[in-house]
Design a protein around this ligand. Structure first.
Ligand code: LMR
Length: 393
C-alpha cells in the first residue's frame, strides 16, 4: 500500500539543514534554520535552564500525566510574560501546547469549529509552515500584503487597506514581533491602527509570537499583542518558548484564547483541551516545568532575562556590523534595512539563483527566499559574507 503514497515536498528550512550538515567544507556557514547560535556558532543550553533543570530533577516526584491543559503554573507564567496586565485575568485562558507549532494547530482547529467557512489571512510572505499548521478541511488561506521588496520594509498602507476590506468572519494571522521571514515589523503606531481596524471590521486577530525578547526586549516586543488584547473582545495567541528559552527540542508553547468574558474564555479553553486530546492527548512536562521554575524564582527569572538580553544585544550588534560592512564594501545604502529589521531574520532581497550560487560557490547557506538567520553570523565572517553576497548580486 505504501507505494500508493506520493512523495511529499520536503520542508525548505529543514531540507536546507540536512544539505548543510552533509557539506564537508570546513568554512561553511549556516544562516538557515531559526536557531540561536552564540559567537562560536553553538546553540548552548541557557544557565537559567540548566539551573531550573537541576531543581526539577531534585523536586520531581511523579511522571504521571499532567492533564489536558498542561501545567497551570506554566500557563500562568506565559500569560504574565505575553499579556502583562493588558487584559483581565478571567478573560484569558491558555493550554500548554507542543511548541508554538502545536499551539497554532490547536488554535486553527478551534477557529474551524467557530468559523467553519472562515478565510484565514496570512502575511505575504509568512513562515512556510503556517500553511500546513493553519490549514483545516474548511479553511481557505489567503494573503494580505505585508512586505515591500523595493524598500525591504512593511507596506503598511497596502496592508491596512486590505484589512479594511475583510469581514467579521475572517481570521487575520499576525506575527507578534520579529517577523519571520522578513525581519520587517510594525511600529507601535501601526499596531494601534491594526487594533482600530480589527475593532471596526470585527475580524478575529490570531497572533503568532515565537520570538518575544529577540527584537527590542521582552516588554517592547509584546506591544502589539497587548494592544490588541486590550482592544478587541476575542482573539487567539500562539506562543513559543523554543527561541527565548532556547528549549527547542523540548517542545514548549502555549495556546491562548481571549474571550469577551470569563464564560466564553472557559468554553474556548474546554474546546482547546478537547482538540489537543484528539491530536497529541497531553503535552510533555519537562520544558514547561523548567519555564515555570524560572519564572517563579526571582533569581532564576533575573538570570534568564539577562541571558535573553545578551542574545538580543548580540543580534542587534551583528545587524549593525553587517550593515556597516555592506556600506563599507559597496559604498551604498542598499543594505541599511538590516540595521532597522529586528529579530532573528532578514530577507536579503536575492533571487533563488543567487542564493544557490552563495551556497554552492561560497558555502553560505540561507533559505531560498534569501532569509538569513542573523545569529548564525560570527563577527570575523561578516566581511566574507558581505563580499560573497555582493559578488553574486
Ligand atoms: C524557522 O523558521 O527556521 C524556525 O521556526 C524553525 C522551523 O521549524 O521552521
Amino acid at each position: 500500500m505504501f507505494e500508493k503514497l506520493s512523495s511529499p515536498k520536503p520542508d525548505a528550512i529543514l531540507a536546507l539543514l540536512a544539505t548543510y550538515n552533509a557539506d564537508t567544507r570546513p568554512d561553511k556557514m549556516n544562516l538557515g534554520v531559526g536557531v540561536y547560535m552564540n559567537e562560536k556558532g553553538e546553540t548552548i543550553i541557557l544557565d537559567s535552564v540548566k539551573k531550573a533543570e537541576a531543581r526539577l530533577l531534585e523536586a520531581e516526584t511523579t511522571k504521571t500525566y499532567v492533564g489536558l491543559s498542561g501545567d497551570k503554573g506554566y500557563n500562568q507564567a506565559m500569560q504574565e510574560i505575553v499579556f502583562g496586565d493588558s487584559v483581565a485575568n478571567e478573560r484569558v485562558n491558555g493550554v500548554q501546547a507542543t511548541g508554538g507549532s502545536g499551539a497554532l494547530r490547536v488554535l486553527s482547529k478551534l477557529t474551524a469549529r467557530m468559523r467553519p467557512d472562515a478565510k484565514v489571512y496570512v502575511s505575504d510572505p509568512t513562515w512556510p509552515n503556517h500553511y500546513a499548521l493553519l490549514q483545516t478541511e474548511h479553511t481557505e488561506i489567503e494573503h494580505y500584503p505585508y512586505f515591500d521588496a523595493a524598500t525591504c520594509s512593511v507596506d503598511f498602507a497596502a496592508m491596512a487597506a486590505k484589512l479594511r476590506t475583510l469581514t467579521a468572519n475572517d481570521v487575520v494571522v499576525l506575527h507578534g514581533c520579529c517577523h519571520n521571514p522578513t525581519g520587517a515589523n510594525l511600529s507601535n503606531e501601526q499596531w494601534d491602527e491594526v487594533a482600530e481596524i480589527a475593532v471596526e471590521v470585527g475580524f478575529l486577530p490570531f497572533i503568532d509570537i515565537a520570538y518575544q525578547g529577540f527584537g527590542d526586549g521582552l516588554e517592547a516586543d509584546a506591544y502589539g499583542v497587548r494592544k490588541l488584547a486590550s482592544s478587541v473582545d476575542e482573539m487567539l495567541v500562539a506562543v513559543s518558548c523554543s527561541k527565548n528559552f532556547g528549549i527547542y527540542r523540548d517542545r514548549v508553547g502555549c495556546a491562548f484564547a481571549i474571550g469577551k468574558d470569563q464564560a466564553s474564555a472557559e468554553l474556548a479553553n474546554a474546546n482547546m483541551q478537547n482538540i489537543s486530546r484528539g491530536i497529541y492527548s497531553m503535552p510533555p512536562d519537562h520544558g514547561a516545568s523548567v519555564v515555570r521554575i524560572i519564572w517563579d524564582n526571582p533569581e532564576l527569572r533575573q538570570l534568564w532575562q539577562d541571558e535573553l538580553v545578551a542574545m538580543c544585544t548580540r543580534m542587534t550588534s551583528l545587524r549593525n556590523k553587517l550593515a556597516d560592512e555592506f556600506k563599507r564594501q559597496s559604498g551604498g545604502d542598499k543594505f541599511e534595512f538590516i540595521r532597522i529589521h529586528r529579530g532573528m531574520f532578514s530577507l536579503m532581497g536575492l533571487s533563488v539563483e543567487q542564493v544557490i550560487e552563495l551556497r554552492d560557490a561560497h558555502g553560505i547557506y540561507m533559505i531560498e527566499d534569501s532569509r538569513v538567520n542573523i545569529a548564525g553570523l560570527q563577527e570575523e565572517n561578516i566581511p566574507r559574507v558581505v563580499k560573497s553576497i555582493l559578488a553574486v548580486s
